[in-house]
Design a protein around this ligand. Structure first.
Ligand SMILES: [Zn+2]
Length: 53
């Protein structure tokens, strides 16, 4: 199982998905590289979905 996390960049508001095997649900915001901003920004976690790897 892989968890897909829906993220939204707090700078440019772009939504994208992060596939991770670790649990991000304890984070309210997540600091990660944004491909639109081309820098590390804070992200809001909008939701999660579990898929078959
Ligand atoms: Zn961004």
């Amino acid at each position: 199982m892989v968890t897909v996390w829906r993220m939204r960049c707090s700078d440019c508001k772009t939504e994208w998905e992060l596939r991770a095997s670790f649990d991000l649900s304890t984070f309210k915001t997540f600091y990660h590289y944004c491909r639109t901003c081309k820098k590390n920004t804070f992200h809001e976690i909008l939701g999660r979905e579990e898929i078959e790897a």
